[in-house]
Design a protein around this ligand. Sequence first.
Ligand SMILES: Nc1nc2c(ncn2[C@@H]2O[C@H](COP(=O)(O)OP(=O)(O)OP(=O)(O)O)[C@@H](O)[C@H]2O)c(=O)[nH]1
Ligand SMILES: [Zn+2]
Length: 365
Amino acid sequence: MQLWGIVLAVQANYYHVQLDAAQRSADNDDLPAATCKLPVPQMLLCTRRSRLKKIGQRVMVGDRVEVVEPDWDGGRGAIAQVLPRRSELDRPPVANADQLLLVFAMVEPTLDPHQLSHFLVKAETTQLQVCLCLNKSDLASADEREHWQKRLQQWGYTPFLISVHQTLGLIDLGAQLGDRITIVSGPSGVGKSSLINRLVPSSDLRVASVSGKLGRGRHTTRHVELFELPTGGLLADTPGFNQPDLDCAPEDLANYFPEARARLAMASCQFSNCLHKDEPNCAVRGDWERYEHYLHFLEESIVRQEALNKLSNSESTLKRKSDRAGEQYEPKLETKKYRRPSRRVQQQTLQGMRYDLKDASLDGD
Ligand SMILES: Nc1nc2c(ncn2[C@@H]2O[C@H](COP(=O)(O)OP(=O)(O)OP(=O)(O)O)[C@@H](O)[C@H]2O)c(=O)[nH]1
Ligand SMILES: [Zn+2]
């Protein structure tokens, strides 16, 4: 009988694998009589089979894996197989995530539409489902709550208005998180940790308690962990960051605005490479609130692309020179940081987040 589970945390060469619920009980029958009375551990600390190492198969948090050679007493095992991923993010490194939950506060800190827009666009670049939640609704007036509900509807989002402190809206939000992997993201101080602590009530469910045994608490490692919800969903926390970099190509930007997508579904621009700025007969340009944000992000994106083009030009010049001179130490750009990533990778990452100093130092990034 095969044993399957999901990787909840990675530490050095060890993988915390949570076995599928059905198997935890089914496997009781296979256990030797002496151990039958013991509960089957739901978590096994696993290594990776050398065959996987040889073929360069990476094991990520969120991966569905086959575990072999379980040592029930010692709570150990080995990963023999990784199932193909349905999604893969680079930052945070998570496989099989289904959606991204963006958490903002209605007040404290004040909800800044431009910053919110920035995060939303960044979230859309992952191509995961984007879900928005506004916390601290206890501090907002009824008028403010209604204002933001309506305003965000026009942006193409239906936000969950919640208050962790007053336990408002958490049931509806929880229903959105069942049976899938959700990555929680948002600026500092909006209540992400408070929310996760509330949604994951038993600290025993947290891998953090396992990590603690290895002397590495939740915030001392930059590796991401998945927390199990009572409803069966899994949550990944990310460090708070206040302004994500928008590293998308100018021509892709409109795809990350639901309002622009809706307009493009109804009509087409005259030019197929329209940037929706001042081209004639553009279907996207118009009277929608975030069009201003679109133009602003477009400028940033164009400037960024020009800078990247310059860099790659000078890079090729330097390479040619050193080829001719036969030098050994040619200046090399670090691929991940400076080169424009391929579109596929770019769309599936949350790369380029500027972590808060506090988190950066804690997470060693
Ligand atoms: N009024 C009110 N305050 C809240 C609520 N939820 C969280 N807070 C407070 O907001 C502050 C920040 O909460 P955290 O949970 O630490 O925020 P965070 O998003 O995890 O912040 P970082 O760790 O910096 O990313 C704390 O003082 C919380 O007590 C809420 O629903 N209402
Ligand atoms: Zn256009």
